[in-house]
Design a protein around this ligand. Structure first.
Ligand code: MGP
Length: 279
């Protein structure tokens, strides 16, 4: 599925959603992680319906509480029944994705265990809810150093230990610090669109999720796959990834086995595959 073709309609949905919902993901020190935990793209989209069905005005005032008499009730019923007719179809249509996806957020904190810093933010399974969520949260480039986003298939925890990842690995794209402004957000968005839009040919089943690590030493974008020993599959996935992100030919990306990353003590992990492949 080409997600960019639906993004315009989705943006309109998002504009409507924004009117009613307030789930901004600020990465400041204002304790916003609680807001993040409680938010979901489903909440966002349903809030439009709910607000309208409850007879709420755009300013959030409920007609019901002002005048709970029969005429007002009739007025409310009229609103309810006219809602689906008056909403343009492009604002209500939903394009289902093949999988349901969970967005996770990690706010780096050296005083906590790594796993305790990781929070699931939201679940979605339509193109529109993806855009609604994407347009509400901070861009990767706006996150604090040490933060991560993870987008994984529902049911797969974004960690090496999960049974779906334990034998897997990742394609790692290191973002050149000098080119961060041009590349980081573009790489992350293109990767998400390729992944949820099932752009990896017949290899979608091998994909677990994607990660962006926001780091002062150099940001990283990676795509996690299920089986590090399936070299042919992983190579093809890597080639598609490199093409989708438009990574220049002379720049390499590498595939690392999670087991190697998890036992690593300082030095770089020796990659299992590199693209372009050495002659
Ligand atoms: P990182 O966040 O993937 O990379 O791992 P960063 O911060 O760039 O550091 P570097 O080591 O790659 O230079 C940082 C640390 O987070 C790891 O050393 C682990 O302690 C922890 N960590 C990261 N991941 C992905 C996992 C995981 O899946 N499971 C567990 N238990 N710890 C992890």
């Amino acid at each position: 599925m080409d997600l960019s073709s639906t993004s315009e309609a989705s943006r309109k949905v998002t504009d409507v959603n924004k009117k009613y919902a307030d789930i901004s993901l600020n990465d400041g020190d204002s304790g916003t992680s609680a807001d993040i935990e409680e938010s979901s793209s489903s909440d966002v989209s349903s809030s439009v319906d709910k607000a309208s069905l409850l007879g709420m005005e755009a300013d959030g005032e409920q007609t019901e509480t002002r005048s709970p008499v029969p005429t007002s009730k009739r007025h409310r019923e009229e609103k309810v029944s006219s809602f689906p007719i008056t909403m343009p179809r492009e604002l209500t249509e939903r394009h289902p994705l093949q999988s349901r996806w969970a967005l996770w957020y990690l706010k780096g904190d050296r005083n906590k265990d790594w796993e305790d810093c990781l929070k699931q933010v939201s679940l979605f399974d339509t193109v529109e809810d993806f855009w609604a969520l994407y347009n509400h949260i901070q861009l990767a480039s706006g996150l604090n150093w040490g933060s991560d986003y993870y987008l994984f298939k529902e049911g797969i925890k974004p960690m090496w230990e999960d049974e779906n990842n334990i034998k897997g690995g990742r394609w790692l794209v290191v973002v050149d610090k000098q080119k961060r402004a041009d590349r980081l957000d573009r790489y992350w968005m293109e990767l998400l669109m390729a992944m949820i839009g099932e752009q990896f040919e017949e290899h979608g089943e091998h994909i677990c999720g994607a990660v962006v690590n926001v780091r002062q030493k150099g940001d990283k974008v990676s795509l996690w796959t299920r089986d590090a020993l399936k070299d042919d599959v992983n190579l093809r996935i890597g080639q598609i990834l490199k093409a989708k992100l438009e990574i220049p030919d002379n720049e390499s990306i590498r595939y690392e086995v999670h087991k190697d990353s998890s036992v690593r003590t300082g030095s770089m992990v020796k990659p299992r595959i590199v693209i372009p492949q050495p002659h």
